[in-house]
Design a protein around this ligand. Structure first.
Ligand SMILES: [Zn+2]
Length: 345
């Protein structure tokens, strides 16, 4: 995401991140560019220059903050259309859910005395942005969808042929707002955990294609950022290592999705949305292959961490042999024929 220091709002900053990733050589690092300069929500960042830079930025987001000004959002959508870019929106109307809002607004937030983060703060931005996407004919992507109302809007928008895609996090597919009752900051995340009805709607939407992808919203905080009173602790939780096991538990073991759909929502669709030419593709002789191998029968205990919300959850199922990169003749070693569920993972 672009909320780096300094903010990724110029071609130079984007190229620098891409270079650092290349130099490390562990995984492919593709920077997301900021929508507005300094994530301030006022002036557009160097969208065109980032797109034409060596970093080839196609996804732009002020994530962490909402592009709240409708005029700025409209201009951004118009601008990125020229190079098939996409604006990824952190949907949170700051007038309805401010910086201190940290608990789903409802009976529980009242009882706990925590500032509420109402569903409508997300849904009103999702509704506005799908209409802006229709108006501009451009692509909008909704990050970390968390409410049943947002799902309803997305379902309608897709039925109209509006160019909108959406993602859900593993934790919003698994955890509910009642976990906040013990004031454990490990469950403090933005958008907040929602009631079971929302979790159910998100699972259904992921299974039926209304939500296109799973994205982790991974937030690796240092211990002292998280170990505070709930109200003062940092937002966010770990999610990378547990993403696949959580999706497996919530969607595959529940019978809502098969492994081919898992490959679609965790690899193929994200690559398509980001216009990546090197990820999420079927294996082919002679073509580079980025693979994640999954052993669904292997179990692994996940260590407790101050930012990991799944210590006792039944999620430690498949273990991935992540990000193996194979070339040419080597690919057949990693993908024996008949293992269709591995394609594009
Ligand atoms: Zn966000």
């Amino acid at each position: 995401m672009a909320n780096t220091s300094p903010v990724t709002d110029t071609a130079e900053a984007a190229e620098r991140i891409a270079e650092l990733g290349q130099r490390a050589g562990l995984v492919e690092v593709v920077p997301v560019g900021a929508v507005t300069a300094g994530l301030a929500g006022e002036q557009l960042a160097e969208l065109g220059l980032m797109a034409s830079s060596r970093a080839r930025v196609r996804v732009f987001s002020d994530d962490g903050k909402c592009v709240h000004d409708s005029r700025v959002m409209r201009r951004a959508l118009e601008y990125v259309k020229a190079f098939d870019g996409v604006i990824s929106q952190h949907a949170q109307d700051p007038n309805l859910a401010g910086k201190s809002s940290c608990c789903h607004e409802g009976e529980l937030s009242g009882r706990l005395g925590l500032p509420g983060w109402p569903s409508i703060a997300e849904e009103s931005i999702v509704a506005r942005d799908v209409m802006l996407a229709r108006h501009t004919g451009s692509r909008v992507h909704i990050a970390h969808v968390s409410t049943a109302g947002s799902v309803e809007v997305l379902r309608w928008a897709k039925a109209q042929g509006i160019n909108v895609t959406a993602e859900v996090t593993p934790h919003h597919l698994m955890l509910t707002t009642d976990l906040l009752a013990a004031y454990d900051p490990v469950f403090k995340v933005n958008p907040p955990l929602r009631p079971a009805e929302d979790v159910e709607a998100l699972r259904t939407a992921l299974a039926d294609g209304t939500i296109d992808a799973v994205a982790t919203d991974h937030a690796p905080h240092v211990r002292h950022d998280k170990e505070h009173a709930f109200i003062d602790a940092a937002f966010g939780m770990l999610g990378l290592e547990t993403a696949l096991p959580v999706v497996c538990t919530a969607m595959v073991e529940s019978g809502m999705m098969g492994w081919e759909r898992v490959a679609e929502v965790m690899s193929i669709a994200p690559a398509r949305i980001a216009r990546s030419e090197t990820q999420g593709r079927p294996l082919a002789p002679g073509a580079p292959a980025n693979l994640t191998l999954v052993d669904p029968h292997r179990e692994r205990v996940i260590d407790r961490s101050s930012s990991l919300p799944f210590p006792q959850q039944p999620v430690a199922r498949p273990v991935s042999d992540r990000n193996r990169r194979a070339h040419d003749a080597a690919w057949s070693h990693y993908c024996p024929t008949g293992q269709r569920s591995w394609e594009g993972v």
